[in-house]
Design a binder for this molecule. Structure first.
Ligand SMILES: C[S@@+](CC[C@H](N)C(=O)[O-])C[C@H]1O[C@@H](n2cnc3c(N)ncnc32)[C@H](O)[C@@H]1O
Length: 342
């Protein structure tokens, strides 16, 4: 659908990104400054020839300039239903536990709190007195650094399993408020809540929203420049190696996957008494899953890793922490971020 408002915002953002004033753009195109101003305030659309000139200048398709859902339609490998600006490639949740989780997320305003925590604003989890994540607060400087790296890579960024935390998206946006990001999750509610929040907070025409399964990414091969994964793949509903292969497939050559993963290393496992090793391997095999081999098998050749945090079960109250206490041991997790290049 042609959308004047969308066109106005997009053309203004592209112009600013190129460091051009309205007068400079008008001069380049041989039109008046008033004409450019009218486009940007959604009072008018340019002629077809000028639209073509603008699309060449900005390096995007005419569809992308005119249609709010144009970009996702352009890279999609299958049809989808567009609902309130969200491309729905998967059906809504029916699993009762997940539906309850979605209700809690909405009712308790997790998205706004996570956003504020990411931006270091009042009202985030850390000052809510409501059990903010210690590891999350500690991780912010690294998240900011990594967000900047992803923003510097530029192009179209697919944030997978964005979740109520938004993945790396809030950090990329701190580095570049006009970054082009597809915010995605299996949960429609996660994506809807982010759209509702960010439409108010930023109203950026460079954000896209998709309910999709990252184990079966509904995009053509070689269509995105970067994939940001802030703990989605490790907590994947589906198969982790399939997810990594899908990430590799949709990345353009030279594209990057930035993936955060917390696990118990072989050394940390070996330091535990035998009875604890056996009990943990039996009940929580996934905590030892480092995904390095799967990343190589997916096709990624250049993989740089950086330790971003460590924590122990003494700090938490999860099921694993409870088991560790029952076993009389402390289990150490190491959090890595991997920069993988296609
Ligand atoms: C632990 S959260 C990820 C953390 C999140 N990125 C953050 O920064 O808070 C896991 C998220 O991944 C989503 N997810 C899990 N499996 C998925 C899949 N196969 N496709 C898309 N999203 C998935 C879940 O719905 C959930 O929102």
């Amino acid at each position: 659908m042609i959308n004047k408002q969308h066109f106005g915002k997009r053309t203004a953002n592209f112009r600013r990104r190129m460091g051009l004033s309205q007068a400079q753009l008008a001069e380049k195109l041989g039109v008046s400054t008033q004409a450019v101003s009218k486009w940007e305030t959604a009072a008018a659309l340019p002629d077809v020839e000028l639209l073509l000139e603008l699309s060449k200048l900005y390096g995007v398709s005419v569809n992308e300039l005119l249609e709010s859902d144009g970009f996702l339609a352009h890279i999609a490998s299958r049809s989808f239903e567009e609902r309130d600006g969200i491309a729905c490639f998967v059906p809504a949740e029916t699993n009762s536990e997940r539906v309850q989780w979605e209700r809690d997320m909405r009712a308790e305003g997790w998205i706004a709190r996570n956003w504020r925590a990411a931006w270091g604003q009042p009202g985030g989890w850390s000052d809510s007195g409501n059990g903010g994540s210690v590891a999350g607060e500690r991780g912010r400087p690294n998240d900011l650094r990594i967000g900047r790296k992803i923003a510097e890579h530029g192009g179209v960024i697919l944030d997978i399993g964005s979740g109520p935390g938004g993945g790396y998206m809030p950090f990329v946006l701190q580095a570049d408020p006009s970054a082009q990001i597809i915010i995605s999750d299996l949960s429609h509610t996660v994506v809807e809540e982010w759209k509702r929040f960010l439409d108010q907070e930023l109203d950026s025409p460079f954000l896209y929203y998709a309910a999709l399964d990252f184990c079966d990414i509904p995009f053509e091969s070689c269509t995105v420049d970067a994939i940001a994964d802030h703990g989605g793949i490790i907590n994947c509903i589906g198969n982790q190696s399939t997810a990594l292969r899908e990430c590799y497939r949709v990345l353009k050559p030279g594209g990057i996957l930035v993936s955060l993963n917390g696990f118990v290393t072989k050394e940390a496992l070996a330091s535990l008494p035998d009875h604890a090793q056996q009990a943990l391997l039996k009940d929580y095999p996934s905590i030892f899953n480092n995904l390095y081999e799967d990343t190589v098998l997916a096709g990624f050749r250049k993989i740089d890793s950086m330790v971003t945090d460590t924590w122990t079960t003494d700090e938490g109250d999860s099921g694993i922490a409870e088991l560790a206490r029952d076993l009389g041991v402390t289990v150490r997790f190491t959090e890595y971020v991997r920069f993988c290049e296609k």
